[in-house]
Design a protein around this ligand. Structure first.
Ligand SMILES: CC(C)(COP(=O)(O)OP(=O)(O)OC[C@H]1O[C@@H](n2cnc3c(N)ncnc32)[C@H](O)[C@@H]1OP(=O)(O)O)[C@@H](O)C(=O)NCCC(=O)NCCS
Length: 152
């Protein structure tokens, strides 16, 4: 059984393992720890027993925008709905903080993640050139929480 819950400080080494397994340029451990102190209410983990099989991390920007900083699921546990559970719970928290929309950057070549976000209701609003370094562009994707779909 998968449980989505707030990260505990003791979980951070296992979160870092997921991070390293999931990204070419993983966040350093120190940054994950900083986010833990900065935004622990928006730092979630997917647990199976004692194991951490995924995490999602967000922050609130400008008081009204939920920013998905990162999300990742352990390779062996992907395509089982765990990423969706993690993102939906993060969005629920954004709404509790009265955010009008959710916002994220994704590598323009990361087709899996783009498809994932699209399935969860996100649309591409912009290409941010060289966001991750020269030639490494990002799509900005947004999901409005209001019925009129505006996200100004
Ligand atoms: C992106 C990621 C978090 C998705 O997690 P997941 O648990 O596999 O996602 P889910 O099982 O909830 O999938 C939900 C939907 O996403 C899409 N999706 C997921 N994996 C996909 C794949 N390999 N190819 C195409 N679409 C995919 C599908 O539309 C899927 O819906 P379906 O099950 O009805 O087909 C995971 O692939 C991952 O950790 N990737 C590496 C890290 C990363 O790129 N993070 C995003 C950074 S911006």
């Amino acid at each position: 059984m998968i449980i989505i819950t707030n990260v505990d400080e003791n979980d951070l080494p296992k979160v870092y393992e997921v991070e390293v397994e999931s990204f070419e340029d993983p966040y350093p451990y120190s940054l994950l720890k900083a986010y833990y102190y900065l935004s622990r209410e928006l730092f979630l983990v997917a647990k199976q027993g004692d194991d951490i099989v995924g995490y999602s991390l967000g922050i609130i920007q400008f008081g009204y925008r939920g920013h998905v900083v990162s999300i990742a699921v352990k390779k062996d546990y992907r395509e089982k709905g765990i990423g969706s559970l993690l993102l939906k719970e993060l969005e629920k928290r954004f709404k509790e903080y009265k955010c009008t929309h959710s916002y994220l950057e994704v590598n323009f070549k990361n087709k899996t993640a783009i498809e994932f976000y699209h399935k969860l209701g996100y649309i591409i609003v912009k290409l941010q050139k060289n966001y991750y370094g020269r030639g490494k562009h990002a799509f900005i994707m947004v999901k409005s929480f209001s019925k009129d779909k505006s996200f100004e």
